[in-house]
Design a protein around this ligand. Sequence first.
Ligand SMILES: Cc1ncc(C[n+]2csc(CCOP(=O)(O)OP(=O)(O)O)c2C)c(N)n1
Ligand code: SF4
Ligand SMILES: [Mg+2]
Length: 298
Amino acid sequence: MLNVLQDDTINPVEPFLRSDRMPHIWCPGCGIGTTVNSFAHALIESKADLNSIALVSGIGCTGRVAGYVKLDSFHTTHGRAIPFATGLKLANPKLNVVVYSGDGDLSAIGGNHLIHAARRNIDLKVICVNNLIYAMTGGQTAPTTPGHATTSTNPYGTFEPSFNLPHLVEAAGAVYVARWTTFHVRQLARSISEAFAKKGFSFIEVISPCPTLYQRRNKMGDGLDTMKYYKEASKVKNGANTSEVGLTLNGEIAVGKFVDRDRPDYQTMMRAQYVESLGERYIEVTGEAEPEMECACG
Ligand SMILES: Cc1ncc(C[n+]2csc(CCOP(=O)(O)OP(=O)(O)O)c2C)c(N)n1
Ligand code: SF4
Ligand SMILES: [Mg+2]
């Protein structure tokens, strides 16, 4: 691979992007591109084999990531990134499967898949860009929208309780849970590298600005003002009790690595069960092309 770190004429991130797709669709000050920068740095730092990575996105502004990264990537339907990724992982266990999607995609329409993938401990690395709304469709209230925030569907302020995503996925069974903001580019890259080294369901939440819809409606200024807010309001709380890291409209943002634990992942448990029940009759799925089978019907 190109040694981008030694050649300062090349932007280190460029080899990971489909430059022919530029310019991208993201608004000025949007945080999604910043997360992609950290993701690319994590690929460099972890020396990941790019041929072993598959990236899956759902629908939304964040979902567009799948179209911009120079990897095997899939832009699936809304809320279905996790089941699609699960199928990939089951069919080819050697793949490093990354799910890269928005808070609405993963925790609203896809919420059921999220909790069950965490419960089963499917070996997926989930990067959730949480801009606290459904951005692509006009800034509607999402399950992550903090109380009192103004959105297009709650012009007088939201009043329903919101999800605390780190707590939700920890309770469901995730083995690695971290949260950063788009101000924490290095810490985010480190967490993504750590997730690559982890077997099981990893979840990284990135709090990210949507200046066009969320910040503007809530009078939080532009992208730069939001960086200042993230810098001032963030408190690093590694190992924090996730029940205490819920977000509020203008309050503290607990960031850090909250959970890092081990338990057998889905495919390890499945293999153990089948070996116990079937013994030598169990044929493991390896991801290699299966030999042609003779048709039993003659
Ligand atoms: C089945 C289905 N329902 C609804 C939609 C409309 N839709 C597209 S993106 C989206 C929300 C995206 O929000 P989020 O996942 O937070 O991504 P963001 O745009 O904020 O990055 C919705 C509701 C859709 N495309 N498909
Ligand atoms: S609408 Fe919001 S989330 Fe979507 S690209 Fe613009 S700033 Fe980013
Ligand atoms: Mg969103």
